[in-house]
Design a protein around this ligand. Structure first.
Ligand SMILES: [Cu+2]
Length: 317
């Protein structure tokens, strides 16, 4: 694929760009060709058949019509226009149908900035980060007026409306930083509603996501654990005030023995809590149903650390 910028278009940097550019150039050169053809013929005929002293008194020639000529100028332009229509329509469909394996980023436009929310809980403002070679579905809405999400290098532009979701997608095929514009006049600072799309390798994306979705930034492990206790829905089954809910309370359990359903008992320590979170059925607390879901693959090590710290902070030995 052609990977250079031209006078007309920036470097094509998405999988769809090549196809769109080709159609653009076909239309561009086709219209240029007909423009030049028509203007030069009109100029030539105007000069050739102009009124002169010699032909001034010539009788008006008989002007009939040529079926062949008329058919030609109907059939050829119709064929050209139909080809352009179906070609464009096919591109439109490709832009509209998001690949099933796409990852999703929620895009929010508002006066006068963009914000992005990623599936793993990260969020960014005015800079979107995405991996190269993976389709990204953009679920877009506005908090106020109509904006438009426009990334010229990816050849995508889509209105972003309030009270309604719009969908677009792209798959970047080159690592780099690309311009993002709002392409719908949205008020006095419209021209400043600009951002960047940073395309990184799959590996860098993982690393970035890991740090960006670190909700514990700036919190102590205990504060972070408290946040996760609510955020990860532990609170729907556990309490911290000593009362039993669907599951045992966390108050004062750390360092104490708990009776298990199989008659044995175990001391609550870091490893027991970790195991309870990852393999809840391994040791079931007496008097409770084994209804706790596993958080394997849902909670990261750092989050488990924080929950352990939080449970420990709730008293005990
Ligand atoms: Cu805008």
């Amino acid at each position: 694929m052609d990977t250079t910028a031209t006078f007309w278009l920036p470097t094509p940097s998405s999988t769809i760009a090549g196809e769109i550019d080709l159609l653009f150039y076909v239309i561009f050169y086709l219209t240029t060709f007909f423009f030049l053809l028509i203007v030069s013929l009109a100029t030539y005929f105007t000069i050739k058949y102009r009124k002169t002293a010699e032909n001034e008194n010539d009788p008006m020639p008989f002007v009939g019509h040529s079926r062949l000529l008329e058919a030609t100028w109907i059939i050829i332009p119709t064929a050209i226009v139909m080809v352009l229509f179906f070609w464009g329509f096919r591109g439109y469909l490709r832009l509209s149908i998001v690949p099933a394996e796409a990852m999703q980023v929620k895009v929010t436009g508002q006066k006068w900035f963009w914000s992005f929310d990623y599936p793993e809980g990260a969020s960014t403002v005015n800079e979107m980060v995405a991996p190269v070679g993976r389709p990204v579905r953009l679920l877009m809405s506005s908090k106020d007026v109509i904006h438009a999400f426009f990334v010229p290098a990816f050849r995508i532009k889509k209105d972003v409306l309030p009270n309604r979701y719009g969908v677009s997608w792209f798959e970047a095929n080159q690592i780099g930083v690309y311009d993002l514009f709002c392409a719908e006049y949205c008020g006095s600072k419209h021209s400043q509603m600009i951002g960047k799309v940073r395309i990184v390798s799959e590996q860098d994306y993982k690393v970035w996501l890991e740090s960006a979705s670190d909700l514990g930034k700036g919190l102590t492990p205990v504060q972070y654990g408290e946040k996760l206790f609510q955020l990860k829905a532990c609170a729907t089954c556990h309490t911290i005030d000593g009362s039993s809910s669907n599951g045992p309370t966390f108050q004062g359990i750390f360092g104490h023995e708990v009776k298990l359903a199989n008659g044995s008992s175990v001391t609550v320590d870091e490893n027991y809590i970790r195991e309870s979170i990852l393999v809840p059925s391994a040791k079931v607390v007496a008097g409770f149903q084994p209804i706790m879901p596993t958080f394997q693959g849902i909670l990261k090590d750092k989050e488990i650390d924080a929950l352990v710290a939080y449970i420990q902070s709730l008293g005990g030995k």
